[in-house]
Design a protein around this ligand. Structure first.
Ligand SMILES: [Ca+2]
Length: 206
């Protein structure tokens, strides 16, 4: 009887041991499977983060272009114009000229990379004793007017106008604001007159 009980206990112990070994084996397999999945994910993530994305990020940094300028930064209100002919407006005070594609001497933004661009301009003038109040300028692409900036009704002491344009431009295109003859715009440290542009995304022009 005692031998029978002993044999029974031994068999139970062996059974527990076999069960433990099986659980260990399953755990190892699960771990192995987890490791394989981890390796696969790492590989996929690595592939995703390497060449294409890193290259795109590098391209974005290389191609970034944005400018934002104002007419001047004078303490007292200082006007540009009026003139007897049309003149390109040289916005002299630079907030930002990322990529140096805006020429502060000429006031012309030369598109560095083909793409879709956002361009905006605001002009302003105030009636002064020795100047006629007439705010009229033109936002131009390659010398062709795409939007007028005009307010000269003379009903109050200030004139202002704003245009915002999104356009597909190609490398080398030129964007400018041209003051029309007989008109003037005025500015000081308030920065009433602004000219701003930035690339939304690079794209070859069709
Ligand atoms: Ca007005």
């Amino acid at each position: 009887m005692k031998k029978s009980i002993l044999a029974h206990e031994v068999l139970k112990a062996i059974g527990r041991d076999v069960k433990d070994k099986e659980e260990q084996r399953q755990t190892v397999n699960k771990g192995g499977a987890t490791q394989q999945i981890y390796n696969l994910c790492s590989c996929l993530i690595g592939e995703h983060l390497s060449s294409p994305s890193e290259g795109s990020l590098a391209n974005m940094k290389d191609n970034r272009t944005a400018f934002s300028v104002t007419l001047n930064n004078e303490r007292s209100l200082t006007c540009f114009g009026p003139f007897s002919d049309d003149r390109g407006v040289p916005f002299k005070h630079v907030f930002l000229n990322l990529g140096n594609s805006y020429n502060v001497q000429t006031g012309i933004f030369t598109v560095p990379y083909s793409g879709v661009y956002n361009l905006a301009a605001t002009v302003y003038s105030r009636s002064l004793v020795d100047l006629p109040q007439a705010t009229c300028a033109l936002l131009q692409f390659n010398g062709v007017t795409v939007a007028p900036l005009i307010e000269k009704n003379g009903l109050d002491s200030e004139d202002s106008n704003t245009v915002v344009v999104v356009k597909h431009l190609k490398a080398g295109d030129q964007v400018s604001v041209n003051l029309q003859k007989g008109c003037n715009i005025c500015d000081d440290t308030t920065h009433y007159n602004t000219f701003t542009g930035f690339m939304l995304y690079a794209a070859e022009k069709e």
